[in-house]
Design a protein around this ligand. Sequence first.
Ligand SMILES: Nc1ncnc2c1ncn2[C@@H]1O[C@H](COP(=O)(O)OP(=O)(O)OP(=O)(O)O)[C@@H](O)[C@H]1O
Ligand SMILES: C[C@H](N)[C@H](N)CCCCCC(=O)O
Ligand SMILES: [Mg+2]
Length: 203
Amino acid sequence: MAHRFFVTAIGTDSGKTVFSAILCEALKADYWKPIQAGLPGDTDSVRTLVSNKKSKFHEEGIKLKTPASPHAAGKKEEVEVSLQRIELPETNNHLIIEGAGGVLVPLNDQENVIDIARRVNAEVIVVSNLYLGSINHTLLTLDWLSQNEIPVRGIVFNGDPNPESQEIILQRSGLEELLHIYTEEKITKKEIKKYAERIREKI
Ligand SMILES: Nc1ncnc2c1ncn2[C@@H]1O[C@H](COP(=O)(O)OP(=O)(O)OP(=O)(O)O)[C@@H](O)[C@H]1O
Ligand SMILES: C[C@H](N)[C@H](N)CCCCCC(=O)O
Ligand SMILES: [Mg+2]
């Protein structure tokens, strides 16, 4: 059966795009960014990082130039940002869907980015970082997802190891660590392939 994963994180610039490229490469999956705020977009980045020929890169759902929260970018550019305007692309392949920022980033006055995951019935993967303060940001995110009955497939750590942080996050959440992406000098096709090998057996 084709997997449908929604990649979220504890914030912005957390490594969602990097991890989405890894997962696309591991599963030869398609990629889709339903809401892009800020250009050039993540779809171009993932396209340049993925090596396999099967992955397709779908047109973004809503594209905004302003690098801001989608609700603010939409207001500024006078574009309606809403769930209703976002349509799941057609594919029989696995699909990796990348959110924007974290779970409660607003699309508008009522809707949030995580509502996209709910609407398309995708399994959520949370990218967590390991800076001081990230335990709280991660546990708040996971607690909100659990309280709202949104299933989480697992956690991906991105950054320099911090065993105390990683252990307490895994222990409190009861979730599986799917992958640890270390801080690399540069993220290129080579690094993406290396991590794709590591996650393939876990997914
Ligand atoms: N492990 C890593 N090693 C080196 N650079 C990294 C690593 N993870 C992320 N980066 C770099 O950090 C920047 C932010 O990462 P990324 O674009 O994946 O974040 P994001 O969560 O997708 O952000 P957004 O919310 O804008 O979609 C990028 O330039 C990326 O190449
Ligand atoms: C511009 C950025 N790279 C993302 N596209 C959008 C991040 C929105 C974050 C909103 C917030 O949590 O304050
Ligand atoms: Mg991104």
